[in-house]
Design a protein around this ligand. Structure first.
Ligand code: PSU
Ligand code: MN
Length: 335
């Protein structure tokens, strides 16, 4: 095996739980790098299904209290579908895999005060012993470190509109190119440049799979006008794809794009006009970089009178159910 793989298996060996001598609900990994909850750690050592969840969506993607309600409901949906939820965040400088309810509450209430943490921010948040809400890129990094293969979220970052000039390209895309985790999402919002996002993913060697669709979904709507690179017709298909990617040691991530359920898909032109207005405001107010996505998300929600938030919550729940079933199929396949 390559050095990278043996390093990973070393890390995994360090993650097995200590014999539980206390009633403590979580423990440090022996390496002391990350802290995995006992429940998640037990599930991983049994080879049971585990689903990673991100925390930027809690702190920066939705307002309180909907963010907390949604975070709890998502964990419940994962359990109902036979998997163990592992919400990932950095708390007091310690990367955490699997959170307690009180910790979810702390993140949800502190909201946007918690630093949005992409891959580039991880070391700084840890060194400053701060709290960090992990984006897709940082969540993938820690999920992979813990040996979790499936990660559920709402939408991923991408190439921003005018990205060919600003070079604002989310690190979610490069992470998908280098970290073998399957990310289940409803595609990318049309606040982004979707065709360029897909071009960039192709360059990074990322398989973009449509779940029961040939078209890449655009978050609020099932249509983007762009094609996916492969189609999956069942959760078993998805598990086989993840397993093939893993066995071949391609080392790239997989983007599994699940269209928003029809009954929740916002009327395209309604959300589209709100997106156009939010983009104009962002330009006028000179909002750039990592502040842009949270600004656009909350402005679109205000401008649609909460309709976009309701759609957002509905699609994350749907992704959680499908992602958990995929994680269960993967366990059966590996059985
Ligand atoms: N898109 C959404 N909701 C979100 C995000 C993106 O519809 O909450 C968050 C995710 O955490 C994603 C991050 O990883 O924003 C991307 O931010 P940036 O564009 O700054 O890379
Ligand atoms: Mn960016």
């Amino acid at each position: 095996d390559s050095p990278a793989i043996s390093r990973l298996s070393n890390i995994r060996r360090h993650l097995h739980p200590e014999p539980s001598s206390s009633s403590s609900s979580s423990h440090h990994s022996k390496g002391g790098l990350i802290k995995i909850s006992t429940e998640v750690s037990d599930a991983l050592s049994r080879g049971a299904a585990v689903v990673a969840l991100e925390s930027t969506i809690i702190c920066h993607g939705m307002p309180y209290p909907q963010n907390l309600e949604t975070a709890k409901e998502i964990e419940a949906i994962v359990r109902d579908n036979g998997a163990i939820p592992a919400t990932i965040a950095i708390l007091d400088g310690i990367p955490r895999i699997g959170l307690q309810i009180e910790e979810l509450e702390r993140l949800a209430k502190t909201g946007a005060q918690v630093q949005k943490t992409a891959r580039r921010d991880i070391a700084a948040v840890v060194a400053a012993r701060g709290d960090g809400a992990t984006t897709v890129s940082a969540t993938m990094f820690f999920a992979s470190m813990a040996g979790i293969s499936v990660f559920v979220t709402g939408g991923i970052g991408g190439v921003h509109r005018n990205g060919e000039q600003t070079m604002d390209v989310s690190s979610d895309l490069t992470e998908l190119g280098r970290t073998p985790v399957a990310v289940v999402s409803a595609g990318a919002k049309s606040i982004l440049d979707i065709p360029r996002t897909l071009e960039y993913l192709e360059t990074q060697g990322v398989c973009v799979a449509g779940f029961k669709t040939d078209e890449f979904p655009a978050f609020f709507t099932e249509k983007s006008g762009c094609k996916v690179s492969c189609r999956l017709d069942s959760t078993e298909d998805a598990a086989r794809l993840i397993e093939a990617n893993m066995k071949l040691k391609l080392r790239t991530g997989i983007l599994i794009a699940v269209p928003i359920p029809e009954e929740h898909s916002a009327s395209g032109s309604f959300v589209e006009s709100a997106i156009q207005r939010a983009l104009t405001e962002a330009r006028e107010q000179n909002i750039k970089g990592s502040a842009e996505t949270p600004f656009l998300l909350s402005r679109v929600n205000e401008l649609t009178g909460g309709a976009s938030l309701a759609s957002n919550i509905a699609l994350v729940k749907n992704n959680a159910a499908i992602g958990s079933k995929i994680a269960v199929c993967l366990v059966q396949l590996r059985g």
